[in-house]
Structures are given as structure tokens and as C-alpha cells.
Design a protein around this ligand. Structure first.
Ligand code: NDP
Length: 446
């Protein structure tokens, strides 16, 4: 008879055969849990896996809004409240045309284990809509956000569910969402994170995911008696996570040579220094332009279709989206002597590509560990909101750094404990799982 994890994976596939991203994420976690499931039968006796793969609640709603020409548009939106065993649901909102139930369930499922690893009291959730903010005016984005929040406000709250940003949801969208929540609920409360500094935001929150991803790779290198100094780094994406990953690599003496977006990749062999990064931040965040514009400004750079994974590098930081490193991309990176991969994005590496990295002994930091810095500082934003204070930039950054070090340590010691030396995937999954699973058992069948 198949083992416990395999039986639950089969049930998930039978129940939702079309949810490919969700099935991929469930397999990735459950397939690494065998050592802990074998060592302690209480998880099977309490049907923990059957319960942990099923969201506590899924809310799906329509978002009608009016565009600038007066036409009524309708989008579909979701909030997945996946698991609240260790705290209120916490996880971002994604606005992107590809958004569907499978993608949001995968992201919410990952979030459960990621949040557990941060050491902070946060459950897992995720939400979003198939709305595409690209090419929309500020007024259209505002009307969409207001309509979205008119429904979502019934389901969230500072002690129940605290959303944040993700792809397509940055400072502008969080502002419109917060304004509408405040109007409807008549309360000024920490119901969203990623807020602006003037109205409850935390210093370092915008930087946190990118910085954290680089702190994580720094820990992996340090653990192997190496450092970022002088390393050539490829980064995909050019949004929030990519930009601040670049800033931290520059700080720590590395050289970033690429950015990308869904149109293609720019390669700058001389390196994207702080001045060039300031141009990219203005281009993407203020002008809302495309990354190919970079080569008009910096003549030594080239633009190519596709992703950055055929460029020579020591370190790769995928910071765009899911499944953006295929096995052939992984083979290219390995051939080019890439030492380490740290995932700023969620599940950017396909399962076959993960196997390639592990077989080639590339240091591989999975997203639920490497990009947990964002939600960790969101947790710190919630704490500051609760006690009505603001910590300094230095205070938040040092808390972020020590959380990333603690996540690295948990991965290493858990993998060691289960005889999987250096396997960050197994370490992260088991460490994240046990805290949530034990809490579920403590709280009974709910
Ligand atoms: P942004 O919207 O700021 O940037 C996303 C970037 O990725 C853009 O450059 C975008 O290009 C590119 N991108 C998106 N989809 C695709 C695609 N299908 N193919 C190629 N490029 C694509 O999002 P974030 O930087 O916030 O998020 C990036 C990743 O990091 C996501 O996986 C997110 O889940 C993850 N993450 C984010 C956290 C955060 O705090 N923001 C926290 C933890 C993880 P284009 O403009 O062409 O769409």
C-alpha cells in the first residue's frame, strides 16, 4: 500500500485534477515529509495531511468597476484563508491576468509553511484577482481597488486576516485598498501591510523580500566558507523583489548583470550599480515603463527575448514568477558554474530543475525560506501597529537579518536531524510543517 503522503497526494489530484500549480506545491511539500511522518504516527492518526491540504475557507467574488470610457468591467477575485493554526491568515494579494484558484491555492499553501518558518505568529492566506493593472490609469486602478475591497472588507481584519502586496499590488494599490477599508469599517487599523510610512507602514517593508533573499544566499555561502564579494549575479523580474535584491547585492560587493520582465531580459556586463538601479526604479515604479527601455539609456547593455538563465553567473536570484526556471535553464546555469540559487519569487523553479540543482550540489534556497523576509517584516509591521510605535530602519533591518539567519539555521539543523545534510528543501518543509501540525493537534478537530 502507498505511504501516507502518497495517498493524500492522490486524493488531492483526484479532487482537483485541473489545479496543476496547487498539485505541484502539495507534492513538493508532502514528498519531503516522509521522515517526520514515519518517526511520529500522530500526524497520520490525526489526519493532519488531509486537513493541511484543504483550505479552511475560500472566498470567491465578482469585482465590477467602471473604466475611464464609462464601460462596466467585471473581474473575478478570491481570498484563500488556508490555515490559521498559528495566527491570523497572512499573505499577499496578486493582481495579474493569470490569477486563478489553482495559483492562489498554491501560493496560500506555501505561505502556511513560510510563515511558520519566520518564527512569528502568522497563519497562511493569499488572494487576488485576474485584473491587469498594466495600461490602466490611476483612476481605473483606484475604482477597481475600491470595488475589490467593498467585498473583501467583510472577510478580513487585524486579528483575522491581514493581506499585503504581491505581483501587481504595490504601494499605490495598498493605499487605495486601505482607504476603502477605512471608509467602510470606520476604523483605522493594521488590516493591510505594506502601507506607506505616513499611515502605519514599516521602514524596510518595501525592501524586505529582496534584502531577505540576499541575506539568505549570504548565509548559504557563509555556511560553505564563501561570500557574495565579487560574485556575478543574475536577477529575473524588475519589480519590487528584484529591485531590492539588486540593491542588497550591490551593498554586499556583488555585481548584478540582469533584470527582466515578461517581454525579455536586459544584460549589462558592466553591472547594474546604484545609479543604474535608481533609473530602473524610476522607470518601473513611476514611469511604469518596460525593462527594454534600459538599453536606450545604457549603451553597453543588450536586450534579448526570454529569461536570464543562459547568462554566465555565480548566483541566480529568480524574482519574477512561478515556474520560470525549467530543467534546461537549470542545466545552463550548472554548465556556467552557478554556485547558488536563492528564490525571491514563489516556486520559480520547476520540480525537474530543482532535482538538477540538487544533483549538481548547487546551493538551492527554496522560496518558502529564501523569500520569507517580506512576510516577516509584514509581521513586524503588525507588531508596530498593535503597540502604536515605529521602529527605526536599523532596528527593522537587524530583526529581518536575524530572522533570515534563524530560517537558515532551522533549514540546516532540521535537514541534519533527518539525515538530509544540506538539503534546504527538506529542512524548510519539515521545520515549517511540524510547528503548524503540532498546533493543529493541540487545537482539536476544527
Ligand atoms: P512585481 O509586480 O513588483 O514585479 C513582478 C516582476 O515579475 C515584473 O518585472 C514582471 O514583469 C515579472 N513577471 C511577472 N509575471 C511574469 C511572467 N509570467 N514572465 C516573466 N516575468 C514576469 O511583483 P513582486 O516583485 O512583488 O513579486 C515577484 C515575485 O516575488 C512573485 O513570485 C511574488 O509572489 C514573490 N514574492 C513577493 C513578495 C513581496 O513582498 N512583494 C513576498 C514574497 C514573494 P511584467 O511587468 O512584464 O509583468
Amino acid at each position: 500500500m502507498a505511504n501516507y503522503a502518497d495517498r493524500v497526494i492522490d486524493q488531492v489530484i483526484a479532487r482537483d485534477p485541473n489545479q496543476v500549480e496547487f498539485i505541484q506545491a502539495v507534492k513538493e511539500v508532502l514528498e519531503t515529509l516522509s521522515p517526520v511522518l514515519k518517526a511520529d504516527k500522530k500526524y497520520e492518526e490525526n489526519s493532519i495531511l488531509e486537513r493541511i491540504v484543504e483550505p479552511e475557507r475560500v472566498i470567491m467574488f465578482r469585482v465590477p468597476w467602471v473604466d475611464d470610457s464609462g464601460k462596466v468591467k467585471v473581474n473575478r477575485a478570491f481570498r484563500i484563508q488556508f490555515n490559521s493554526a498559528i495566527g491570523p491568515y497572512k499573505g499577499g494579494l496578486r493582481f495579474h491576468p493569470s490569477v486563478n484558484l489553482s495559483i492562489l491555492k498554491f501560493l496560500a499553501f506555501e505561505q502556511v509553511f513560510k510563515n511558520s518558518l519566520t518564527t512569528l505568529p502568522m497563519g497562511g492566506g493569499k488572494g487576488g484577482s485576474d485584473f491587469d493593472p498594466r495600461g490602466k490609469t490611476d483612476g481605473e486602478v483606484m475604482r477597481f481597488c475600491q470595488s475589490f475591497m467593498s467585498e473583501l472588507s467583510r472577510h478580513i481584519g487585524s486579528n483575522t486576516d491581514v493581506p499585503a502586496g504581491d505581483i501587481g499590488v504595490g504601494a499605490r494599490e495598498i493605499g487605495y485598498l486601505f482607504g476603502q477599508y477605512k471608509k467602510l469599517r470606520k476604523e483605522f487599523t493594521g488590516v493591510l501591510t505594506g502601507k506607506s510610512l505616513n499611515w502605519g507602514g514599516s521602514l524596510i517593508r518595501p525592501e524586505a523580500t529582496g534584502y531577505g533573499c540576499v541575506y539568505f544566499v549570504e548565509e548559504m555561502l557563509k555556511h560553505n566558507s564563501d561570500s557574495l564579494e565579487g560574485k556575478v549575479v543574475t536577477i529575473s523580474g524588475s519589480g519590487n523583489v528584484a529591485q531590492f535584491a539588486c540593491e542588497k547585492v550591490n551593498d554586499l560587493g556583488g555585481k548584478v548583470v540582469s533584470f527582466s520582465d515578461s517581454d525579455g531580459t536586459i544584460f549589462d556586463p558592466e553591472g547594474i550599480d546604484d545609479e543604474k538601479l535608481a533609473y530602473v526604479m524610476d522607470l518601473k515604479n513611476i514611469q511604469r515603463g518596460r525593462i527594454r527601455n534600459y538599453v536606450e539609456k545604457y549603451q553597453g547593455a543588450t536586450f534579448v527575448k526570454g529569461n536570464p538563465w543562459s547568462i554566465d553567473c555565480d548566483i541566480a536570484l529568480p524574482c519574477a514568477t512561478q515556474n520560470e526556471i525549467s530543467s534546461s535553464d537549470a542545466k545552463n546555469l550548472i554548465k556556467n558554474n552557478c554556485l547558488a540559487v536563492s528564490e525571491g519569487a514563489n516556486m520559480p523553479t520547476t520540480p525537474n530543475a530543482v532535482e538538477c540543482f540538487q544533483e549538481a550540489n548547487v546551493l538551492y534556497g527554496p522560496g518558502k525560506a529564501a523569500n520569507a523576509g517580506g512576510v516577516a517584516v509584514s509581521g513586524l509591521e503588525m507588531s508596530q501597529n498593535s503597540i502604536r510605535t515605529n521602529w527605526t530602519r536599523g532596528e527593522v533591518d537587524s530583526k529581518l537579518k536575524s530572522i533570515m539567519q534563524s530560517i537558515h539555521e532551522q533549514c540546516i539543523t532540521t535537514a541534519e536531524h533527518y539525515d538530509c545534510h544540506g538539503d534546504y528543501v527538506t529542512g524548510a518543509n519539515i521545520a515549517g510543517f511540524t510547528k503548524v501540525a503540532d498546533s493543529m493537534i493541540d487545537q482539536g478537530v476544527v
